[in-house]
Ligand binder design. Structure first.
Ligand SMILES: Nc1ncnc2c1ncn2[C@@H]1O[C@H](COP(=O)(O)OP(=O)(O)OP(=O)(O)O)[C@@H](O)[C@H]1O
Ligand SMILES: [Mg+2]
Length: 253
């Protein structure tokens, strides 16, 4: 199962990526969890204390793998070797979860034709097309990381939405982008629902979209941020509803 999670800033992408990773791993799956958001905070959400170096900062590794030095940087390999990267350079969050941070490509971002970008794209391609593990990508509000060659390997693009017109606008925009890229299944996860009327608001405004789940607003998630507790370690409404959403994803895969 390969999931890409996107949506407007602050809607709960990282919280949901973390929650789904925990549920998959509790079911016995090996999970590769990728922070692909330049403003990354997946590590903090997971409360992982170790150091994780973002991949773009492994300059000499990237130069070596893309063979940049050999050509003086004028040309570089677009398909560098990356299959050993997760095991060697990702953090082991738990027995079954590897956690990687992509980092920010300086300059032209992910559109740029630079060795760092070629390396990250090759890595994403490898994770999505070449691995049997569950892969979960926590992305920014867009799908720019996913090149055309990679999108056919994504089982689900999940767009996280919350009650409010701005989040809905972003959801519509990302949905359109996803369709243009040819992503087969695009679902919406409605998060931070406080009442039936909020749920109905999203149902009305997202009519025609495939809604995968409604996740209630949970005080546990908020208080966990303040106390450093892990919201997934105790039964909670968020984990329960994410579990239901995940069953839905598996059914329709
Ligand atoms: N279901 C929920 N109930 C209560 N709080 C939530 C819920 N989901 C997310 N939050 C809170 O909302 C805030 C934003 O969540 P999160 O960081 O997961 O969003 P994000 O979309 O990844 O944000 P960013 O765009 O900054 O990466 C956090 O404080 C998080 O604890
Ligand atoms: Mg986030």
């Amino acid at each position: 199962m390969k999931l890409a999670i996107s949506g407007k800033g602050g809607t709960g992408k990282t919280t949901i990526a973390a929650g789904l990773a925990i549920i998959f791993s509790n079911k016995g799956n090996r999970v590769i969890l990728i922070d692909a958001d330049p403003d990354s905070n997946l590590q903090t959400t997971l409360g992982y204390q170790g150091t994780i170096t973002p991949l773009v900062e492994f300059k000499s590794l990237i130069r070596e793998r893309t063979e940049t030095d050999r050509t003086g940087g004028i040309v570089f390999k677009l398909n560098p070797k990356v299959d050993d990267i997760p095991e060697r350079f990702f953090a082991r969050f738990s027995d079954r979860i590897l956690l990687g941070i992509l980092g920010t490509v300086r300059g032209g971002g992910l559109g740029c034709a630079c060795p760092e970008n070629a390396f990250l794209k090759a890595l994403l391609r490898h994770l999505i097309l070449g691995r049997n593990d569950v892969v979960i990508l926590d992305m920014e509000a867009g799908v720019e990381h996913l090149g055309r060659g990679t999108t056919q390997g994504i089982d689900w693009l999940l767009i996280v939405s919350e009650p409010g017109i701005k989040s809905i606008e972003t959801t519509v925009r990302i949905h359109k982008l996803g369709k243009e890229l040819g992503i087969k299944k695009i679902g919406v996860i409605c998060n931070k629902i406080r009442s039936i009327s909020e749920e109905n608001y999203l149902k009305q405004n997202l009519a025609g979209f495939e809604i995968i789940g409604f996740i209630p607003y949970c005080e546990e998630v908020q208080s966990a941020e303040l106390t450093g507790e892990k919201f997934w370690e105790k039964p909670s409404q968020i984990m329960e509803s994410l579990n239901t959403a995940l069953s839905r994803l598996m059914e329709e895969k």
